[in-house]
Design a protein around this ligand. Structure first.
Ligand code: NAP
Length: 252
């Protein structure tokens, strides 16, 4: 089996790489944005490829046998590039598509399509807002400087937001519901802005908001290309087995 290239930047990508490394040669690709990525335990390459054409050239140059898109559901550009590079080169592609969260009874979600719409949805009246967003997204909230912000991110927000009242927390999940409830209560948060990331690691704030009766502005997911996919690391690893094992070993 030729090398498997996993496009990562998520916990699941790391878990998948750890599972597959015993069965095939694996390279994990990171965008190179996070300053101290968690140790991966597999060979890692870092930085953009230069669009779909650059990724296609990489797949060909390195004789990649299988491309796996295990990027974050909001990383729409790299997912589109991956699908296109697979089309150009004929390299098979699989995707890990973690399902989004669904609202349950007691949730007070306001669903919007973009971060800009989330800013609008906060309204004119000053509120205490918890932003659980990446550093690329929070800048949009400068347009609503009447609110008081608590901003939690993996990497420091630099430059700081040009608003009179913003507090910054640096933390990497997973975040447990009781801790999230304590945080929202202590900071007297009135509304949470979140992406619909899915998975358990960052669900704590959603469950905490529900328990406290706090509204959540939920930014909907972007559209992603249709490629063969699985919802979990285990299911995707099982799909990969069909590429890794010679047909004879499977008794086919
Ligand atoms: P994006 O907008 O889809 O991609 C922007 C560019 O970054 C891509 O065109 C590509 O550059 C490069 N890139 C992205 N992921 C890459 C990877 N795994 N390996 C190599 N290059 C990559 O992505 P994003 O939203 O900025 O996310 C960047 C990374 O952070 C991804 O790995 C993603 O899984 C992770 N992440 C994102 C979020 C989120 O909310 N967006 C949350 C958690 C983790 P070239 O075109 O030059 O190849």
């Amino acid at each position: 089996m030729k090398t498997i290239l996993i496009l990562g930047g998520t916990t699941e990508a790391r878990q998948l790489a750890g599972k597959l490394v015993t069965r095939a040669a694996v390279t994990l690709s990171l965008a190179g944005r996070t300053e101290s990525p968690v140790a991966q335990g597999v060979p890692v390459r870092s930085g953009g490829f230069g669009g779909a054409d650059g990724l296609a050239a990489y797949l060909t140059d390195r004789s990649i046998g299988l491309l796996i898109d295990a990027t974050h559901p909001y990383a729409a550009r790299i997912s589109a590039n991956a699908a296109q590079a697979a089309r150009i080169t004929g390299v098979p592609i699989l995707a890990l598509r973690r399902p989004g969260w669904e609202p349950v009874q007691g949730d007070r979600w306001i669903e919007v399509d973009t971060v800009g719409a989330a800013v609008q949805a906060l309204g004119d009246t000053p509120r205490r807002v918890f932003l659980a967003l990446g550093r690329q997204e929070v800048a949009a909230f400068e347009a609503a400087s009447q609110h008081r912000y608590l901003i939690r991110s993996v990497d420091p927000i630099e430059p700081k937001l040009a608003v009179p009242d913003a507090d910054y927390l640096l933390a990497r999940g997973p975040f447990r519901e009781p801790d999230e409830r304590a945080l929202l209560s202590e900071r007297r948060i009135e509304i949470v802005v979140s992406k619909n990331s899915g998975g358990a690691a960052t669900y704590g704030k959603i469950a905490a908001a529900r328990a406290l009766g706090i509204e959540v502005i939920m930014v909907r997911r972007p559209a992603l290309p249709e490629v063969p996919s699985a919802k979990t690391v285990e299911a995707l690893a099982a799909m990969v087995d069909h590429f890794v094992e010679p047909a004879a070993e499977r008794g086919v």
